[in-house]
Design a protein around this ligand. Structure first.
Ligand code: NAD
Length: 469
């Protein structure tokens, strides 16, 4: 019998009238049955969060910090249990940059965010009067998360909301709802009832997610997911003038200059593109390599990629796992086929068993090939040759996305000059995708609105109130 999970509302486990199956992408086995929330269940969760807000928002700053620290400690105690659940429902291996690493990141973000604060700022204090800037919590925050890093992204949404005195209703992806339900249960061991609630639904998340975006008693939506869904959220949030943080898709470019040592950068290039099997918002999804080092970089990258074992996530030896779901697998296959029709396959290219798709590297592509132009969000990296750096920058910028980018060179000053010309929210030199809790992270152009992390990320969960006296 599969485990039956329930919603978490007002500090209680609440069973839903119906459930849906959550399957392990490595084996196809059922991991558990998730609750199918109705719109009445959502209303119930929002009402519980609203009720909790009246006292939670009046906690002192020190009390909010202490509560967030207690949540961080609980997360640490349950890290291995949550990592195993993430591996079972998401597919990523326990090891490498897999679920244990994800839980480590979640703990680091939780701890760092607990220690942040937004004290009152005195803008003026003179004989003409005093002007104070206060940061006030918004109310109920609705969090909508994707399936690629279910626990870490939930922590990115929940912790800054709690730290600033808001309450939360979270709705995880229907592909990975169980670890979020368990995370919220664990949080409820140390939080007052109703401060964090969890509802789940199966229909691609469309009905519950859409209902959250339109809900009159939700004051902010923090959304991480695809651009298409983010646009829908923004449209329906307009009617209630919700605050929004939208962290959406990317098609990050990496630019390799002619002065690199190919063997030295191969590992960084590989993990830049293939972290979490490429199912990472800020993974490197297009690689532009200067003609002088093109063949050597391709060879070094392929040699490194061949050394990475892929297999069932629960096997301790696996470093890469399956693609998370059939829809994503079919998308990766379509884009790889498009790449194969015009490019040269250096590695992989043929689907494996079940949802396994081997690491695939395809060279000699142009900017308009679909594998280059679209976000693949999977284990396939296209390589494009360039001989003029200005052309490479122009091609990198010829995208409606602008999440991350990278420049690879021994000349750090030159790399920084190029970095500043790239249209994206984060740029890395000689690495790709390395985010950290003290650095604001967000996208430009269609990759999103607002930032997460650090003080700037915390501010997004507040309204400004200015007091003149
Ligand atoms: P998705 O847009 O399909 O789903 C994201 C969430 O939205 C899920 O919880 C889903 O149930 C919900 N949803 C679906 N329809 C909805 C609707 N009409 N209204 C409201 N919510 C709805 O995305 P996904 O496939 O789960 O995730 C992959 C995408 O997420 C990629 O494009 C990736 O780049 C992006 N992503 C971005 C970041 C970032 O920080 N920028 C991080 C991780 C993933």
């Amino acid at each position: 019998m599969a485990d039956i999970y329930s919603m978490v509302i007002g500090g209680q486990n609440v069973a839903a009238a119906q459930t849906f199956e959550v399957r392990n992408p490595s084996s196809g086995e059922i991991v558990g049955l998730a609750p199918e929330a109705s719109s009445a269940d959502l209303d119930h969760a929002v009402a519980a969060a609203n009720e909790a807000f009246s006292s939670w928002s009046r906690h002192s700053d020190a009390a909010l910090q202490a509560a967030c620290e207690a949540v961080t400690a609980k997360l640490g105690e349950h890290a291995e249990e949550l990592a195993e659940l993430v591996t079972k429902e998401q597919g990523k291996p326990l090891n490498g940059l897999g679920s244990r690493w994800e839980l480590g990141g979640a703990g680091a973000w939780a701890g760092y965010t607990s220690a942040l604060s937004l004290p009152m700022k005195t803008l003026q204090d003179n004989n003409e009067g005093t002007v104070e800037l206060h940061r006030k919590p918004l109310g109920v925050v609705g969090s909508i998360t994707p399936w690629n890093f279910p626990v870490m992204i939930a922590i990115w949404h929940i912790m800054p909301a709690l730290r600033t005195g808001n309450t939360v209703v979270i709705k995880p992806s229907p592909f990975t709802p169980l670890s979020t339900i368990r995370l919220v249960e664990i949080m409820n061991e140390v939080l007052p009832a109703g401060v964090v609630n969890c509802v789940t639904g199966s229909d691609g998340g469309a009905s519950i997610g859409a209902a959250m975006s339109a809900h009159p008693d939700i004051r902010k939506i923090v959304f991480t997911g695809s651009c298409a869904t983010g646009e829908k959220v923004m449209r329906s949030a307009a009617e209630t003038m919700k605050r929004l943080t939208l962290e959406m898709g990317g098609n990050d470019a990496g630019i390799v200059l002619p002065d690199v040592d190919p063997a030295q950068i191969a590992e960084g290039l590989f993990w830049g593109g293939f972290i979490n099997n490429g199912q990472t918002c800020a993974a490197m999804k297009r690689l532009y390599v200067h003609a002088d080092v093109y063949d050597a970089v391709c060879d070094a990258l392929v040699a490194f990629a061949k050394s990475i074992p892929m297999g069932d996530g629960m096997a301790e030896g696996s470093i890469l796992g399956p693609v998370q779901n059939r829809m994503q697998f079919d998308k990766v296959k379509r884009l790889v086929d498009a790449g194969k029709s015009e490019g040269r396959v250096l590695l992989g290219g043929e689907p494996g068993d079940g949802l396994f798709f081997p690491a695939t590297i395809i060279a000699d592509l142009d900017n308009d090939n679909p594998l280059v132009a679209e976000e693949q969000f999977g284990p396939a990296l296209p390589i494009i040759k360039f001989s003029d750096v200005d052309d490479a920058i122009a091609q990198a910028n010829a995208s409606e996305n602008g999440l991350g980018g990278s420049v690879w060179s021994k000349d750090i000053d030159r790399a920084k000059e190029i970095a500043l010309r790239m249209e994206c929210g984060s740029v890395w030199i000689n690495k790709h995708g390395a985010i950290q809790p003290n650095a604001p992270f967000g996208g430009v152009k269609k990759s999103g609105i607002g930032v997460a992390f650090g003080e700037e990320g915390l501010q997004e969960y507040t309204d400004v109130q200015v007091v003149f006296s």
